[in-house]
Design a binder for this molecule. Sequence first.
Ligand code: GLA
Length: 394
Amino acid sequence: MANMGERAKHVKNMLVSVWGDGGGHVKVVKAPGRVNLIGEHTDYNDGFVLPVAIDREIIMAGRPRDDGKVRIYAADLDAKSSFDLKDIQRDPHAPWSNYIRGVLLLLKERGLPVKGMDVAFSGDVPLAAGLSSSAALEMATGLMATIVGHFHVDMVDLVKIGQAAENTFVGVNCGIMDQFISGLGRKDHALFLDCRSLEYELVPLPPMEDYKIVIANTMVRRGLVDSAYNERRSQCEQGVRTLAEYLPGITALRDVTPAEFEQYRGHLPAIVAKRCEHVIYENQRVLDSVKALRAGDVAQFGRFMGDSHRSLRDLYEVSSKELDTMVEAAAKTAGTVGTRMTGAGFGGCTVSLVEAPSVDGFIAEVGDIYTARTGLEPEFYVCQAEDGAEQLEF
Ligand code: GLA
């Protein structure tokens, strides 16, 4: 991003103005948010996903302290939180700090030489919009801890620590997609990830001069997202237990082909069958999408995005009136190649692939329709695929 250097300097200056100019040399890292192109609610089923790291990120400045204390300044909230590495607890008054606390605690529990530090951070990933600002904060923290503490952790291990921090410390039962793409995304590429083996391939995106990724924020996020998410997870697990009676050896929906599912779906309660159908066919759509993108068949990829949305809406039932309205508006706008809800659902954002010359018209038209139907003002972010978490030199 053009102004990354400027923003990095700004965060660095904030660190010094808030926490004083003593101490060691200040280092700066970035970790991006993400948008998932296809493969929704598949990661916790050991399945496949195809996300992109976007050019919106958390920038974090940090420097070491010798007394084992951690002091954090969240610039966008103008809020502070401090703690001692010897006694890391959740802070109910600064819940945003729990992502940082959790990552540092887990690094420490793995016996790594985590050092005290002064930190300031700021970001332009919209909060609570389903674009993984929390995963970005976890990855920025993990990377900063390794730099300040002079130790090395493989990026995939940092990703696992980020996810574990969110699962066990923050208390959100997410899969591994968000941290993985924030850690390992690559400029101009989507990342095709096997969430079981954690093997991945970078898939070149259609040329940016021709197609843009446009994220549309419904500006609504339902409170029930966490409980509904956990309910979907257990319905999938229930499906696996029943299907395993007929398909011995399966341990996740990832192991079930569409043909096998069709053979045994009658043994599942109707609602569980719907959930499983989404996941099993969505996995197949990711595999087919990668093939389509590699073959340059952008139109086919766009159709898979539409299929994915309908499946999330009708079978997995994690869409919302606002998401459906945005998708319907986008689907009938000139230049749209494909469009769907993205992320956990129940509000948040849609992602569309749009022909570059049509982007301005897309934003105007979809915005008008959405506002007319919902009374809400959406936000649009035209994004490009960027590199994952890294130290910034400037
Ligand atoms: C959230 C979770 C991810 C993934 C998506 C749904 O973003 O954090 O792990 O499960 O929902 O695809």
